[in-house]
Design a protein around this ligand. Sequence first.
Ligand code: THU
Length: 132
Amino acid sequence: MKKEYRKLAEEAQKAKLNAYAPFSKFGVGAALLADDGQVFTGCNIENSSYGLTICAERVAIFKAISHGASKFKAIAIVSDDPGFTLPCGACRQVLSDLTGNIDFVMMNAKKRFKIIKLRLLLPFAFTRINLK
Ligand code: THU
């Protein structure tokens, strides 16, 4: 386990503290590591019109893109669930479009890690443009 990834998961835990999840009561934190070492964090932000809720992972990638970052290494995801929190299908597709074959770093409540490549989580992904 890379020390870099442990630190990334800690950043995700900090971001989770800002989760706005009054409906599900399920806070999620994410931290996206760019190639140059910059870290962009995100938390889930729910909405009273439930479908407008945005996941922590998409907040992190949209922040990164809007700051001009374009190359990424990994994204860490944490929640209060005792098990590992895997990204939803929508986030897999968005990250597939905007990042390369990055590592998904999941840390559970016991601080154990599961690391899975994006291409394994979303094989045969839909794509229109081959940017990477
Ligand atoms: N959620 C995330 O933020 N990321 C995930 O990977 C899974 C789900 C959020 C959406 C919603 O606010 C809450 O978790 C419960 O589904």
